[in-house]
Design a binder for this molecule. Structure first.
Ligand SMILES: NC(=O)c1ccc[n+]([C@@H]2O[C@H](COP(=O)([O-])OP(=O)(O)OC[C@H]3O[C@@H](n4cnc5c(N)ncnc54)[C@H](OP(=O)(O)O)[C@@H]3O)[C@@H](O)[C@H]2O)c1
Length: 405
């Protein structure tokens, strides 16, 4: 999160891009602003069938004082992606939000993509609606594994363990196993996923839902993703996962490891990104309502102003800039009250990190989401949120936005 924040705050110093070309130029300006240093990439000789990625220079930027290497879309134009994966068939397993977004983006980038999902399930039907053709580029999971050279495991994390014997059977030397989460490999004691030694094992993890992966790509933008190498049998795994990270639609890529990706990701979604935000919204809304404020007032002061006015400002130029564009009354209060909120929430985040690290969170997720009726159960809990007064009020508030009338 800190990396993307720094990029965004740097972005504030250059004009917002309005076209793809401008976006590229904008990134160049960013690079200059962040004192770019270029180091030649070190390519090891090929030992397997994976195609080598043409040599490039690695770009090192400063992120709040720390140096990190990044890869950008400009490093891998469409033609280069097609060259890198010329001999590959990308077999995307699963057609949930990530499977859908990543496969459609790769297809638009001119790569050979096939989908593997359970026949006639919900995902299968969705894939057919999107134009994938059964027997041509849509197959049952095992058939897709047999045909693919890059097996992109985008099944739900809970399904990856039970389906591992099917996938493993087709992981012959020279193939690549890809994930968008370090989950299955890191929590191997629970998932039993231990890849064979003679294949590359890599990940590219988009920092957002698959829906956004697709939408940003279609808008000529790109999601930020992390990339990591778990096993490098080909000698080209690092460069190939960088190319693949861009092929799925990312804008820029930062490097991590499988364990760091999974720990930060599980903490993030349980914390500020999803769990904490609903908890905070609900707590403030309920206090306002208990003091006699109308649903309209409570919702506007809790959610609507946040998502429609202030959070986009944070995204654009950072927290201090959002503060400085609010009244001095608001600034004084926010500066004073951020401390008690920080003090009560930090121990909760520490506890959350421990629960992620000791595997409890992963086990809970595998058990709950591995159940036969996992979707119905999730939908029941989501319906509770949807039916709450706060989010029902939100529907009415959203309907009143001029653009929705
Ligand atoms: N923020 C994000 O959403 C995000 C970001 C980065 C990475 N990821 C990672 O991307 C991967 C995919 O996640 P997702 O968001 O696309 O969706 P998901 O809901 O986790 O996975 C959905 C897919 O898994 C399939 N599936 C579930 N149980 C199955 C079973 N028993 N047998 C066969 N298929 C089964 C579903 O098929 P059916 O429709 O037939 O049930 C569907 O195609 C995960 O590793 C996730 O951690 C997610």
């Amino acid at each position: 999160m800190s990396a993307s924040r720094t990029i965004q705050s740097l972005a504030g110093r250059v004009a917002a891009p309005t076209s793809r070309l401008q976006a590229v130029r904008c990134y160049s300006a960013l690079a200059r602003a962040a004192r770019v240093s270029a180091t030649p990439a070190v390519a090891r000789p090929a030992t397997r069938s994976a195609t080598a990625v043409p040599a490039r220079t690695l770009k090192t930027l400063e992120f709040g004082g720390s140096k990190e290497t990044v890869w950008e879309r400009a490093d891998f134009p469409k033609e280069k992606l097609q060259q890198v994966f010329a001999k590959d068939t990308m077999a995307v397993l699963g057609y949930g939000p990530q499977g859908r977004g990543q496969s459609l983006n790769m297809r638009d980038n001119g790569l050979k993509v096939i989908i593997g999902t359970r026949k006639d399930g919900r995902s299968w039907k969705k894939a057919v609606e999107d134009g994938w053709v059964p027997g041509k580029d849509l197959f049952p999971i095992e058939e897709a594994c047999a045909q693919g050279t890059v097996i992109m495991n985008l099944l739900s994390d809970a399904a990856q363990g039970p389906l591992w014997p099917v996938v493993k059977k087709h992981l012959t030397p020279g193939k690549t196993l890809y994930f968008s989460h370090g989950f299955s490999v890191v929590y191997k004691d629970d998932t039993k996923i231990v890849p064979p030694k003679d294949i590359d094992v890599v990940l590219a993890a988009p920092k957002g839902s698959g829906f956004t992966v697709r939408r940003l790509f279609q808008d000529g933008k790109g999601i930020n993703s992390s990339i990591a190498v778990f096993q490098d049998a080909s000698g080209h795994a690092r460069e190939r996962i960088a190319a693949l990270g861009i092929a799925i639609g990312s804008g820029y890529l930062y490097e991590t490891t499988f364990p760091k990706e999974v720990y930060s990701d599980l903490v993030g979604e349980r914390g500020v990104l999803m769990g904490a935000i609903q908890g905070l919204f609900q707590a403030q809304y309920e206090v306002l309502r208990a003091h006699g404020h109308s649903p309209s007032e409570a919702f506007n002061e809790t959610v609507e102003e946040a998502t429609q006015s202030l959070y986009p400002l944070i995204g654009e130029k950072g927290m201090d800039w959002m503060y400085s564009n609010c009244s001095t009354t608001a600034q004084r209060g926010a500066l004073d009250w951020k401390k008690p909120f920080y003090q009560v929430s930090k121990p909760v985040f520490q506890k959350l990190y421990e629960e992620v690290l000791n595997g409890n969170e992963a086990r809970r997720s595998i058990t709950k989401n591995g159940a036969e009726n996992y979707r119905e159960e999730l939908e029941k809990e989501l319906a509770e949120i949807n039916n709450s007064e706060m989010w029902q009020a939100g529907k009415t508030v959203r309907s009143l936005r001029p653009e929705n009338q």
